[in-house]
Ligand binder design. Structure first.
Ligand code: COA
Length: 175
């Protein structure tokens, strides 16, 4: 997968992108920062359900995801991040479009993710993508805050279902 418009290009990552994804997460100030190893592993072994956005040869945004083995019609989006300097200009929506058109996502009819109650930007992003896919968005219990280690003081993560949508609907979205 390789899509290009404006000066931003979208592609599936490789091992070499893992460190840059880790850096975007670290600098987001919002996302849970996992180990660099984890992002390298995802970029290598789950490349066809992950996307990076590049501008001037730098990674300025990314999506990580996977197909849940027990729900073959679904794709789970784990983390999405856009460099702070580029937020609010549509890049999040374009990343989701590229993600939904990735080789490993094709055929999915349900997009799942988790969002913390205070993350208004993320709720707005997934509400917008539901609208553009012509489908609904439904919230269910995900991980309660008391299920996280107490010393981390982690907010709850509500589970969101976006869909069902026609498996060809993502091809209408513009990365
Ligand atoms: C969430 C995030 C990826 C959105 O990326 P973005 O490029 O700013 O989003 P877009 O410009 O594509 O906007 C998508 C929609 O969300 C809305 N939106 C974006 N930021 C918003 C904010 N802070 N508050 C309310 N709405 C917001 C936009 O208006 C747009 O809606 P519309 O199509 O109805 O007009 C970005 O804010 C980010 O990286 N945040 C930090 C990491 C994070 O929280 N990730 C999500 C959890 S995994």
């Amino acid at each position: 997968m390789n899509a290009k418009s404006d000066s931003i290009s979208f592609r599936n990552p490789s091992t070499e992108d893992g460190a840059a994804i880790w850096r975007v997460v670290k600098e987001s100030g919002v996302l849970d920062l996992n180990s660099a190893y984890m992002y390298m592993l995802l970029a290598r072994e789950f490349s066809d359900t992950c996307v990076v956005a590049e501008h001037d040869n730098s990674v300025v945004g990314f999506v990580t995801g996977f197909r849940p083995p027990q729900r073959p019609d679904s794709v789970f989006l784990w983390q999405v991040g856009v460099d702070a300097s580029m937020r609010g200009a549509g890049l999040g929506k374009r990343l989701l479009a590229a993600f939904l058109q990735s080789p490993g996502v094709r055929g999915a009819t349900m997009l799942e993710t988790t969002i913390s109650p205070s993350n208004e930007a993320s709720k707005a992003l997934f509400t917008a993508i539901a609208r553009e896919l012509g489908t609904g968005i439904r919230q269910a219990e995900g991980f309660r805050s008391d299920q996280f280690p107490p010393e981390g003081d982690h907010e709850a993560e509500d589970w969101y279902f976006i869909g069902p949508f026609n498996p060809s609907a993502p091809t209408q979205l513009k990365p």
